[in-house]
Design a protein around this ligand. Structure first.
Ligand code: FAD
Ligand code: MLT
Ligand code: ZN
Length: 395
């Protein structure tokens, strides 16, 4: 990451010492900690292989209480942390930028209850999406979201990124289907908002702060989610295609992998009104016509949700190409009054561009919330609203 983004400076955080490791071993036991350099490597590097940190430790708590003790300790010691689920995120948010302590939800994978009358599933945040789907299938229910990374991503990661995916048009976003959640703040306080009711208008809905906040406000430990019954009837659309080989989902689900094989992927995930939905791909092709080494400029996504994935590739990372795409693409999105992040989040890659989609007053409220909930700025630094937090630990 440092090689690719030399301007980013490590925040004024403490450096991990032997005493810290001994403390974590006392709390979690040796089996729930990884310090072996080879093993830690895969937690430092993201799915796209586009960013890589150099953390030397992964903590794998099993319970909310363990997360709470870890975070309280890190906050007191001013050790920065990086929450991680299945590490399939596409905006560089799930891996450390420098040496942040990685807190992985891998061992928090218990299904806690399922109510077949209401369809409410309660589980720990490290449950893999596909395992939840398989569990529900036997009960005649489905998860309200589905996405290509289902075999690896965790429900806590889905909630933290407010992942959209393939069922959003029918069941709405996770702001709609997550009924309650439990999260641990930077100082170790447990926020238990494990509502399982459909209606609950008692005060502010704190759960919404954690949905989509990409690990910057707290670590999600449990989720209660409304699951729809397995549909008894399907609406069938007849689509005319040239050959059997052209038939629709595995090709669609594998575009992301295919682009990765094409070279380095520059990924953009935008919302636009349907009137101008594809225009930006055509404009980008023109804009980049004379730029050397661009291989592919393509668009795909979730047309029903107004969400376009604009992707470009080159054989390897090329800073000149990046500078030709950014901020051009965000300026165009802003002109169209679209969103610079539809479903993948802001993460590490997009944080300086939030202003193209949010007003100054909105950004000020975000800054205030961040300072209130994480005054030492230890939760997932350098991500999401980092460049907006000029008065915190940066520099
Ligand atoms: P990670 O990648 O581990 O983390 C993502 C972010 O959440 C990071 O900022 C991390 O710090 C934070 N985080 C993780 N767990 C926690 C926690 N317990 N508490 C607090 N913060 C946490 N996204 C879509 O929206 N729609 C799609 O259709 C889609 N398809 C995809 C297809 C492929 C092949 C791939 C690789 C990715 C796809 N994604 C899609 C990206 C999507 O955001 C992630 O796959 C998924 O939601 C992230 O879950 P994860 O467990 O892997 O989280
Ligand atoms: C998708 O819709 O396939 C995912 O969001 C992944 C991607 O954007 O490549
Ligand atoms: Zn998508």
């Amino acid at each position: 990451t440092k090689d690719k983004f030399p301007n980013i400076k490590r925040g004024n955080y403490s450096v991990l010492k032997d005493g810290d490791i001994q403390y974590f071993e006392k709390i979690l036991g040796k089996n729930q900690i990884i310090t072996d350099a080879d093993e830690v490597k895969s937690y430092n590097s993201d799915w796209l292989n586009s960013v890589c940190g150099y953390s030397s430790i992964v903590l794998k708590p099993k319970t909310t209480e363990e997360v709470s003790v870890i975070l309280k300790y890190c906050n007191d010691r001013k050790l920065a942390v990086c929450p991680q689920g299945g590490n399939t995120g596409l905006v560089g948010g799930s891996v450390p930028v420098f040496d942040e302590v990685i807190i992985s939800s891998t061992s928090m994978n218990k299904i806690l209850s399922f109510d077949s009358l209401t369809g409410v599933l309660v589980c720990q945040s490290g449950c893999i999406l596909e395992s939840l789907m398989n569990f529900l299938k036997e009960k005649g229910f489905i998860m309200p979201l589905d996405l290509g990374a289902k075999g690896s991503c965790h429900i806590g990661g889905n909630v933290s990124t407010n992942a959209g995916g393939l069922r959003l048009i029918k069941y709405g976003s996770l702001h709609n289907t997550v009924l309650g959640l439990q999260a641990v703040l930077a100082n170790g306080d447990i926020i238990d908002s494990m509502n399982t009711l459909k209606k609950d208008n008692t005060g502010y809905h704190l759960k919404h702060l954690f949905i989509g906040s990409e690990g910057t406000l707290g670590f999600i430990t449990k989720v209660a989610i409304q699951c729809p019954p397995f549909p008894n009837a399907l609406n069938l659309a007849l689509l005319s295609i040239k050959s059997y080989d052209d038939v629709l989902w595995s090709i669609r689900e594998n575009i992301t992998n295919a682009l990765l094989k094409d070279g380095y992927s520059y990924k953009y995930d935008i919302s636009l009104s349907l009137q101008v939905f594809y225009q930006i791909v055509i404009d980008l092709r023109k804009h980049l016509k004379n730029v050397a080494d661009v291989k592919t400029v393509c668009g795909y996504g979730h047309i029903g949700d107004g969400n376009l994935h604009v992707n470009l590739t080159s054989a390897k990372f090329n800073e000149n190409i990046l500078n030709c795409i950014e901020p051009y693409i965000f300026e165009r999105v802003s002109e169209f009054r679209g969103s610079i992040s539809a479903e993948h989040g802001i993460g590490f890659f997009k944080n300086k561009y939030i202003k193209y989609s949010k007003t100054e007053n909105e950004i000020n409220i975000m800054k205030s919330l961040k300072s209130l909930m994480d005054p030492n700025g230890i939760m997932n630094p350098y991500k999401t609203i980092w460049n907006l937090r000029d008065n915190l630990a940066e520099g």
